[in-house]
Each structure stands twice: as structure tokens, then as C-alpha cells.
Design a protein. Sequence first.
Length: 132
Amino acid sequence: MTVEKKEAGGLVLVVDDDPDVCETLQTVLEVSGYRVAAAGNGQEALDALRSEVRPCLVLLDLMMPVMNGQEFRAEQREDPTIAGVPVVVVSGDHRVAEKAVEMGLEGLSKPIDIDDLLQLVGRFCGPPACTC
């Protein structure tokens, strides 16, 4: 997966090693009027954030190779330049809510309810761009 550098405001960074999940989330969010960048693991996401990609929200999987979601969150919190970027855990782990709270975050369980996803993204990113 490649990470595209785009302007902030309505940009959601999806961090997941499953290309099908990334593609599905990207399609749903883009059709709904949001811009999307994707990263295949936590290290790619950190690299993107440190290269000044500024999403309104990071949707973070927990279980990934190279750097998992918990490792990403620990490093993100230590870096004052990116610590304030909002993150929500999105995982198939049956303990996603508990793990998210342990990380100081909210969590969504996979499979994701699209209405819940869009409500959550809207809360962090504001209304989507017009898809007229």
C-alpha cells in the first residue's frame, strides 16, 4: 500500500494490512465525500504523519506486521508533532473496545457497520464534501 500526501481537512488515514479492508473502507468513505490515504502498517502510518500528512482521523487496525496498532499508538503519543491526530481502533479482535480504552481511544469492531463508521468519521472530520 502506498500513502498519498494530500491536504488536510476531510482526509482519513486507513491503517490496515488487509488490502480488501483498506479498499472497502476507502470506497465507502470516498463515495460518502471524504478523501482517503492508506498505510499497510503502523510504521507506514507514522512515516506518513511525520511527512506532514495531516488527516482529520486515523482508522487503526491492531494486528499488523512490521508495527502493530498498539506500537503505533505508543510512538504517536511520544511525538508531539503528531500526538494530537485523532485515532480510532478498527479491529476484528473480540476485545476491541477494551483494548481501545487501554490505548485511550475509541474502537469499532469488524465487520464495521457503515452508519456507525460514517457517524464516527463525521464527528472527527465534519461533514463530507458534496458528492454531487
